[in-house]
Ligand binder design. Structure first.
Ligand code: PBG
Length: 328
C-alpha cells in the first residue's frame, strides 16, 4: 500500500541524515549471518594461494587453527569444509570420500578436539572432490547414476557424522537423497545431526573458481546439467524444496546467490523455513577482481551481502565471512 503524496510527503526527509537512515534501515548484517568456507590441502605448514580466488587460501590441517581461530574471534557460527584431494587419490568411484583419514575427516577431528562446540562444522555431501571425472555422482556409460550414488552418499554422511560433523550439506542434487540420508542417520543414532540441503542448486558457470580450488576443474568431463537445475526455471526450485522438506531437510540452500535472489524470496515466502544463500566463488572473484581493478569500490561487497538479507536469507555462505569487519 502506498500512502502520501508529494509535496507534503518527501521520502528524502528520512534519508537526509545518517542517524535517520540508521533508524529506518530494514536490513543489516551481523557475524551471525555467516558461514565461512575453508579449503583444505594435504601436507604440512601450508597456506596456499588460490589463483582464481584472490584473498582465499587452502590450509593444511596443522594450520587450520589459524583460520578457525579467526572465525571464532569474529563470531562466525559455522565453517564449511572443502578438500582439495590429491589427484592420485581420486578414482571413478570417489573412494577417498569414504576414507576415515581423508582431509575432511581429519579437519573435523582437529576442530572438535580444539574447539569442542564453540563453532559448528558443515560438510558437503557429494563426490566431486574425490572422483577422477569431477562429477558429484557415480558414472556408467556416461550417465550419472542416481540411486547407486545415494548409497555412497549415505556412507559419506555416516562417516562425517561419526567424526563429529554438525551439519551435513548434500550438494549433489540426486533425487531422494535427503530422505535416505536422514533415515540412515536416525538408524545410527545421529538424530541430532542436521541436514542442510542444497535443494535449489543451479547448473552454473559461477562455480568455476571453486572447481579450481578443489582441483576438479581440469578433470570435469562435460557439464552437470543432468542433475543441477536449469537456470531458466523457478517453479522447479519450489518443487525441489518441497520434496526436501518432506524428506527431512532442516534448512535449504539456494545457490548461486546474487543471480538467484528471486528464488530465495519465493522460497522464504512460501515455506517459512531457514533459507541460506551461497555467494559462490564466481560471484566472489568477480567482485574482488573488479575492486582490485578499481572498476567498483569496496562498498560493493556490503551491498552484495545485504541483498541476500533483503531477499529473506537467514544466513549466507561467503568467502568474505572472515573479513566482515573490513566490510560492514
Ligand atoms: C560440489 C560443490 C560445488 C560448490 C559447492 N559444492 C561445485 C559444483 O557443484 O560444481 C560451489 C561453490 C562455489 O562456487 O563457491 N558439489
Amino acid at each position: 500500500m502506498i500512502t502520501g503524496k508529494y509535496p507534503n510527503l518527501r521520502l528524502r526527509r528520512s534519508r537526509k541524515e545518517m542517524w535517520s537512515r540508521r533508524l529506518i534501515q530494514e536490513n543489516d548484517l551481523s557475524p551471525n549471518d555467516f558461514i565461512l568456507p575453508i579449503f583444505l590441502i594435504d601436507g604440512k605448514n601450508k597456506k596456499q594461494v588460490i589463483k582464481s580466488m584472490p584473498g582465499v587460501y587452502r590450509y593444511s590441517i596443522d594450520r587450520l587453527s589459524q583460520i578457525v581461530d579467526k572465525a571464532i574471534k569474529k563470531g562466525i557460527p559455522m565453517v564449511a569444509l572443502f578438500p582439495k584431494t590429491p589427484n592420485i587419490l581420486k578414482d571413478e568411484l570417489g573412494s577417498e570420500s569414504l576414507n576415515e583419514n581423508n582431509l575432511v575427516c581429519k579437519a573435523i577431528l582437529e576442530i572438535k578436539k580444539k574447539y569442542k562446540n564453540k563453532i559448528g562444522i558443515m560438510c558437503d555431501v557429494a563426490l566431486d572432490p574425490y572422483t577422477s571425472h569431477g562429477h558429484d555422482g557415480l558414472i556408467k556409460s556416461s550417465k550419472i547414476l542416481n540411486d547407486e550414488t545415494i548409497e555412497v552418499l549415505i556412507n559419506q554422511s555416516l562417516l562425517q557424522a561419526e567424526m563429529g560433523c554438525d551439519v551435513l550439506a548434500p550438494s549433489d542434487m540426486m533425487d531422494g537423497r535427503i530422505g535416505k540420508i536422514r533415515k540412515a542417520l536416525d538408524r545410527n543414532k545421529y538424530q541430532d545431526v542436521q541436514i542442510l540441503s542444497y535443494a535449489a542448486k543451479y547448473a552454473s558457470s559461477f562455480y568455476g573458481p571453486f572447481r579450481d580450488a578443489v582441483g576438479s576443474n581440469s578433470l570435469l568431463k562435460g557439464d552437470k546439467k543432468t542433475y543441477q537445475m536449469d537456470f531458466r526455471n523457478s517453479n522447479e526450485a519450489l518443487r525441489e524444496i518441497a520434496l526436501d522438506i518432506k524428506e527431512g531437510a532442516d534448512m535449504v540452500m539456494v545457490k548461486p546467490g546474487m543471480p538467484y535472489l528471486d528464488i530465495i524470496k519465493s522460497i522464504k515466502d512460501k515455506f517459512k523455513l531457514p533459507v541460506l544463500a551461497y555467494q559462490v566463488s564466481g560471484e566472489y572473484s568477480l567482485i574482488e577482481t573488479a575492486i582490485s581493478k578499481k572498476l567498483i569500490n569496496k562498498d560493493a561487497v556490503y551491498e552484495s551481502l545485504v541483498a541476500f538479507k533483503r531477499a529473506g536469507a537467514n544466513a549466507i555462505v561467503s568467502y568474505y565471512a572472515d573479513r566482515l569487519d573490513q566490510i560492514i
